[in-house]
Write a protein of this length. Structure first.
Length: 396
């Protein structure tokens, strides 16, 4: 075991995505952050992985890669992939390091567990597959450009995106490229160049930096359906993976709009804020939750798309969200909504009205850009900071 520091302390929580953007007003209830840290005895900090003093010194004199990946829970293990530390696997209960593997070029994609393999993409443009139990690389494929997004698996194929606005279908057993679908370069400024795919009804649904949503045939990458959303002239990106929900699909442009559409592409409703993160369906009173690029968390009516409440973070933007329907704060009957942010804080909200229950700082360089990994059975959640630190929290 190397360079592992585990810490246990009192009450706490965390923060994670890009840019500080001012909030524009909407109708409905809006809450502002409190300056003092509120106390919520039912939430406690668990273990934490923090780099060694030598690794911290290296970070201070160099420019370490920023982590956009999230942790993945599988059984008793927590899998984490970062540019600084490669693949790390922790015991989710104790935080003990089970194994670690450096990845040449640094991981830039979300880590994915697909077909009993760990699949990652790197800044040097390679996709690698490793065995779940650790050991030598199973296969490597050169995709030529930095890898982004999260690999997805369907029918023996792995779909993975690169920053040159391309998607590559790889054979899951060998890593061989089966086909590549590439968009023409988007004009203007983009957040990321690659697509973030979702498997819906046996097809690949994916958005691109030019604001296009495409449905691809898994066998050959042919376009079955395509629609372009032009919400503004600055950021047209559809970086968040499409989210299937009931009979429709949520599609979000970065600083444009959230759309709930039918699977044939026809609109159901539109909300006037966008995000690079997916929404979390199934909240209080038929609501869903959106961490928007304007710095605000919105609760939205599932039926109408109207705002129910909103909460604005201090600085930066909210990123990952986690909803705990059965874990109510003391003195309330509503569930909890946990929000990571880019401003080094994690916010805990009453999911029914957006009121702040707790705001905890993890210190500088602890903002997060990845999603929150939730373990409802153990009543715990896990977050990876943008410098690769790993935190566990428990709700009692």
């Amino acid at each position: 075991m190397q360079n592992l520091k585990r810490s246990y302390s009192g009450v706490g929580l965390v923060g994670g995505i890009l840019f500080s953007i001012t909030v524009s007003a909407c109708s409905g209830v809006s809450f502002k952050p409190e300056r003092e840290e509120l106390q919520l005895d039912s939430v406690q900090r668990g273990w934490a992985f923090i780099e060694s003093s030598d690794e911290m010194a290296d970070m201070e004199i160099s420019s370490p890669p920023i982590n956009f990946s999230s942790a993945i829970l599988q059984g008793d293990l927590l899998y984490v992939g970062t540019g600084r530390f490669g693949i790390q696997v922790f015991n989710k209960h104790s935080g003990n390091l089970v194994w670690r593997r450096k990845v040449p070029g640094g991981i830039t994609s979300d880590i994915a567990i697909l077909n009993k393999k760990i699949v990652v993409g790197t800044n040097e443009g390679f996709a690698h597959a490793y065995p779940l139990g650790g050991g030598k690389v199973l296969w490597t494929q050169n995709l030529r450009f930095p890898v982004v997004g999260k690999p997805v698996f369907l029918a023996g194929r792995i779909l993975i995106g690169t920053v040159d606005h391309a998607l590559h279908s790889l054979d899951a057993s060998t890593g061989k490229i089966l086909w590549t679908y590439r968009r023409s370069s988007a004009t203007g400024t983009t957040i990321k160049g690659g697509g973030n795919a979702t498997v819906i009804a046996g097809k690949f649904w994916v958005g691109f930096a030019d604001g296009s949503l495409a449905v691809l045939e898994p066998n050959d990458g042919s376009v079955l359906r395509e629609k372009q959303f032009r919400d503004n002239l600055k950021f047209t990106d559809i970086d968040a993976p499409p989210v299937p929900w009931r009979s429709g699909v949520f599609v979000s442009t970065y600083d444009g709009r959230l759309r709930y559409i039918k699977r044939n592409g026809l609109p159901i409703w539109t909300f006037p804020k966008g995000s690079a993160k997916p929404v979390i369906p199934g909240g209080e009173k038929g609501s869903l939750f959106l961490p928007s690029s304007d710095g605000t968390i919105y609760a939205i009516s599932e039926k109408s798309g109207k705002r129910i409440w909103s909460y604005t973070v201090d600085r930066g933007v909210p990123t990952g969200l986690a909803y705990f329907p059965s874990l109510a704060a003391k003195g309330t009957t509503a569930g909890l909504l946990v929000a990571a942010s880019s401003d080094n804080f994690l916010y805990i909200l009453d999911a029914s009205n957006g009121s702040l229950k707790q705001r905890i700082s993890l210190g500088s360089s602890s903002g997060a850009y990845g999603s929150i990994a939730v373990d409802n059975k153990e009543k715990a959640f896990y977050l990876v900071s943008h410098y690769g630190r790993v935190y566990q929290f428990q709700v009692h």
